[in-house]
Design a protein around this ligand. Structure first.
Ligand code: SF4
Length: 204
């Protein structure tokens, strides 16, 4: 089974607690206005990654991390790969799994009635990015989005807005990437600071 991914980035220290492996899936049909990652919309970009190979490489380093964060792109538009990956991670490691989706929980439940995602994910941040509801919240693009903790197959709404650092930078293959959700205008400031040092922040 293959999974269409944009990139795997680690370590990241946000989008969930602790030291994490970030997985960005490729492809999203929701097209929210002012999405931070429009390059992740197209389903014909990215790389086809064999789920089995990815699992093996993560299991090798799992002891050095606290969790995995899956973002995108839209993880639930590649549901079979998402579930295959997460079920195996849960079976073989102690890593927590945090997933970001543009769909709200009700939509996901209706579309994926097997509810396996509630069994294998630990946390879900749901809902589209709505520009008018942007409030500079930590780890949420807009205030319509809700954080759920899945416990024994039940979704428990979390009220804590500050569950991780706002953003972090990491380097891969001599390229600098950002993970997270910066404050309004913060992204341009960060880009300018890096440019002064001759460093380009990659678009994602
Ligand atoms: S769901 Fe996420 S990736 Fe998709 S368009 Fe909205 S903000 Fe962008």
């Amino acid at each position: 089974m293959y999974w269409k991914l944009n990139r795997i980035q680690y370590p990241i220290y946000n989008l969930g607690s602790g030291k994490r492996i970030g997985i960005w899936v490729q492809g999203c049909s929701l097209h929210c206005v002012d999405c931070l990652s429009p390059s992740l919309w197209a389903f014909d970009n990215g790389k086809n990654v064999k789920v089995e190979n990815l699992l093996n490489s993560i299991i090798d380093v799992a002891d050095f991390f606290d969790g995995i964060t899956i973002s995108g792109g839209e993880p639930f538009e590649q549901y079979e790969s998402l579930i295959a990956f997460c079920s195996f991670i849960k079976m073989k490691t102690k890593l927590t799994i945090f997933c970001f989706s543009g769909y709200i929980l009700k939509e996901i439940k209706e579309k994926h009635a097997d509810l396996l995602f509630m069994k294998y994910l630990d946390f879900l941040l749901d809902g589209r990015y709505i520009r008018e509801k942007h409030e500079n919240l930590n780890s949420r693009g807009s205030n319509n989005q809700n954080l759920y903790h899945f416990v024994d197959g039940n979704a428990i709404l979390q009220k804590n807005n500050s569950f991780s650092k706002r953003w972090s930078l990491s380097v891969k293959d001599n390229q600098v990437f950002m993970s997270g959700i910066p404050k309004e205008n913060e992204l341009n400031k960060i880009k300018k600071i890096l440019e002064k040092e001759g460093i380009k922040l990659e678009d994602v």
